[in-house]
Design a protein around this ligand. Sequence first.
Ligand SMILES: [Zn+2]
Length: 167
Amino acid sequence: MDCREIKPLLSEYQEGSLSEALQASVKAHLDGCPLCREELQLFENAWDMLREVPEIEPQPGYVGRFWARVAERESRPQPLTEGLQALWGSLWNVPALAAICVVLVIGLFSIRNVYWLTRADERLARLPLEEAEIVENIELAQHIEVIENIDLLEDFEIIENLDSLKS
Ligand SMILES: [Zn+2]
């Protein structure tokens, strides 16, 4: 047997759980192979270290107290600020935040337009009734302006005629 075949057997050799024939074969190899003896030594050292680690026995009632604490944490309501911080923290890293910002900007823009429209209506409502009617009948007001201009033109004709009468 060569080293490659011996190494997987070292654990069982150390425990003494190999068949008598294999146990003898491994021992024969180890007697003539310092490398495999060193390997076996490392293996035994590792086991010695594990045996030195004291076994930790949980105190009586530990498991019950553990689950009681878990239940207490779960039933305790999370403070609002912690919740908001968690929400903010999760949003901050997510592209969704950018989408929310876009929605907010569009929303503010729309709200501003609605605001100005409302303001225009308010100003109309505050005007005295007659003025409000004029503002609402801007087309009519423009016609009146044209009619006034026609009157002026007629006046000019009269003035021209006056001139001709003079001469
Ligand atoms: Zn060997």
